[in-house]
Every structure is written in structure tokens, then in C-alpha cells.
Design a protein. Structure first.
Length: 164
């Protein structure tokens, strides 16, 4: 069981590293779009990318810190006690519940942002609508996909915890 805990939190550290990588890519796009913008839409798009760069770096750093703390805790011990298994079960159930709620929010956000971006094509406020809704849809899609992958791991881990 101790090895399963280590694997779970190692996977969380990898997911956090992916957030950091996406943040760096968003910063790169934001800088390039800001300095080589040919229209207002690209300028708004660069601002949106920069805001989500800050979000991704912050979320990745916090997620990496929390999962590395738990990973080092399980790396130091040799055996998991029933109390720790109970605590880990409750924490995993909380995370699964949170992923379920966020999944619906991300789907609604993706759909609404895509509709707004499409409507923006035919609007006079094209730069504001498209420049703000495209980064939102992009980040919601990334959050949705990473959340699904994490939820699959959490459900399998929860199944193993309940067996113990």
C-alpha cells in the first residue's frame, strides 16, 4: 500500500510539472503576441495568456509543493497504519468529489467560451470577445483533461484503499 501512495503523489507531481510547463508556454505566447501584435485582438489575447500564465504557475507550484510534501512523508515511512489509510481514504474521497464538481464547471466554461468566441467573429467587439474567451476556453480544456486523468488515478487509488 505504501508504494501505491508514493505512485499517486508522484503522479500529482508530474501533473504539477505539466502546469508549470503550460505556464511557460503561455508566457512565451503572451510575450510574442504582445510585441508582434497586428491588431487589438492579439493584444487582448496576449493579456489573457499572461493572466493564465500566472494562474498555471501558481497552481503548478502549489500542487507540486503539496504533493511533494505528501510524497516525502510516504517515502520516509516503511508501513502505512490503519489511521493513515483512513485519513488517506477521506482525503481521496474529498478530491474525487471536488473533481466531479469542477468537471461540470469546466465543460460549461468551454461551451460558453466557444460560443462567445464564435459570436465575436460577427460582432463589432471582435477583439474583446475573441481575445478574452479563447484563453478561457483553452485553460478550461487543459484543466478538464488533466482533471480527468487525475480522477482516473484517484478512483483506482480509492478502490485500493477501500479494499484494505
Amino acid at each position: 500500500m505504501i508504494e501505491k501512495c508514493r505512485i499517486l503523489y508522484k503522479g500529482d507531481m508530474i501533473a504539477a510539472s505539466f502546469y508549470l510547463f503550460v505556464g511557460v508556454i503561455l508566457l512565451l505566447f503572451a510575450v510574442i503576441l504582445y510585441y508582434y501584435a497586428i491588431s487589438q485582438g492579439f493584444r487582448f489575447l496576449s493579456i489573457g495568456f499572461f493572466m493564465f500564465f500566472v494562474y498555471c504557475i501558481g497552481k503548478g507550484a502549489v500542487l507540486y509543493y503539496i504533493s511533494s510534501q505528501r510524497y516525502t512523508f510516504y517515502k520516509k515511512i516503511d508501513e502505512v497504519t490503519p489511521t493513515q489509510i483512513n485519513e488517506e481514504t477521506k482525503y481521496t474521497e474529498y478530491r474525487i468529489h471536488k473533481k466531479n464538481i469542477n468537471r461540470r464547471r469546466y465543460i460549461y466554461t468551454i461551451v460558453i467560451s466557444c460560443i462567445i468566441a464564435f459570436v465575436g467573429i460577427f460582432s463589432h467587439q471582435k477583439s474583446i470577445l475573441m481575445g478574452s474567451s479563447i484563453p478561457i476556453a483553452l485553460i478550461a480544456g487543459i484543466e478538464f483533461s488533466i482533471g480527468l486523468l487525475t480522477e482516473f488515478r484517484l478512483r483506482e487509488f480509492h478502490r485500493l484503499l477501500v479494499k484494505k
